[in-house]
Design a protein around this ligand. Sequence first.
Ligand code: SAM
Length: 310
Amino acid sequence: MQWMEIKIVFDAAEPELAQEMVSYLVMEHGAEGLEMTTPGETGMVQDGSGSSVPDSKEHSVTAFLPLDDLFEGRKADLTRALDDLKGSVLTDYSVHFSKQDDQPWETAWKAHFHPIEIGESLVIKPSWEDYENPEKRMLIELDPGMAFGTGTHPTTAVCLEMIETECLKKAPERFLDVGTGSGILMIGAYKLGARKVFGCDNDMDALEAAAKNLKGNQVHEGDFGLWLGDLLAGIVEGAFDMVAANITAEANVMLIPGLPRIMAPGSIFIASGIMAEKKDLVLEALDACRFSVERVQETGGWVGIAARMP
Ligand SMILES: C[S@@+](CC[C@H](N)C(=O)[O-])C[C@H]1O[C@@H](n2cnc3c(N)ncnc32)[C@H](O)[C@@H]1O
């Protein structure tokens, strides 16, 4: 497999926020092996040989896209998404491409993935790390492969917190995660009491990682379902009483009109992956479908929204 290294060098008034958002966008567009640099600091991720990335003079995010049939489409979508950030989050940016034959970054991210406590009752623990668990939190043990969803990203953490809040009120019978990635939200919902958990993704690698993680977290084979598809395409059976989607604001806007078909009356929808300045797009889409917004939570420039079906 050949890969294209994509390095995005940028200027921004709030570089940390910009780094978060650019990283999210590249992951969202199927990139792997994320590496970030900040002027005067060593890279946040080490290369595959274990040696440190040299000091940088610029803010940058580097990641790798597989050079397959989807490459040109992903590149065009990513460029459009970066252009959308220019003038708001990014003052300026440039993208540099370089073809690669191997993947030295494949395990490098592991160095930066440690146990992380979420909300009142969950902890996400890398499968290779120990955790003493003094508060007797429910464990989500993950080896996410390269699929998005380690809990370290604010969009995942906000979404899990909102799922926890709703599950403590009433755990769902049927939970659906649109864009499941590593399966982390499905596992969280199951541990918090959901009876059956379902997830879809348009990336086959994510589904393989999710299946492995679900089984590794004792989600019984008969209690979960996964499928490959774009948003709700392929869902024939409805009546989900909790739906979560940590996808972009634009993808949430496309998803929302389809939700009334598959959600039970009075059920809850949790939207995440929304940049703060795009929050209104999602709120308008929810309003158009007569959802009532119950909670809007903002963390580090990202917004989660919990809204109830009429
Ligand atoms: C930001 S990740 C979220 C992963 C995980 N649910 C979490 O909260 O950490 C978004 C996931 O949605 C998937 N995705 C993006 N657009 C999609 C679409 N139109 N239909 C289905 N899945 C999509 C991506 O492949 C990716 O795995």
